[in-house]
Structure formats: structure tokens, C-alpha cells
Design a protein. Sequence first.
Length: 84
Amino acid sequence: MLPYVARFACLPIGADSVIQCFDVAMPKSIHQHKNPSDWGLMAVLLMATHALYGIEVCKNINNDILEEEGKCAAILAYEFYEKL
């Protein structure tokens, strides 16, 4: 996505079929977090859940699940860093 944005960011939007405008919408049924430190993990968790199970399962992600996934991510990062 980044090469696409870097390549076409400054070009005017015209009849070119490669450049398209995207509609971004935020579903109201998905839990919203106000803590900025949770946003990265929540984004990754939502993308993975949406890719594997669909948007309906994303509605079940809440603070409890985010806390458990944060612990798993911290352990995984430590094991990767220590090469365990």
C-alpha cells in the first residue's frame, strides 16, 4: 500500500482507473478504545480477526480480550528477542 500511496499521492484524480477514491467508514458496533497505547494492538487484532473470521467476530473483541492478547504479544516479542 505504501508504494501505491507514494507513487500516486501527488497526481490529480482523473479518469485514470488506477487511482480510485476509497470510502472509509467506522462501524459503530465495534468497541472503540480511547487509550492511545492500545490502538496499535487493537488495529492488528482487528485486522487479523477480520481476515480470518469476518466482521461479525470483530464485534466480540473487548478490553478483556485485548488484555489477554497484549500479554501474548509481549511474551511472543520477548521470546523472539531472546531467540528462545
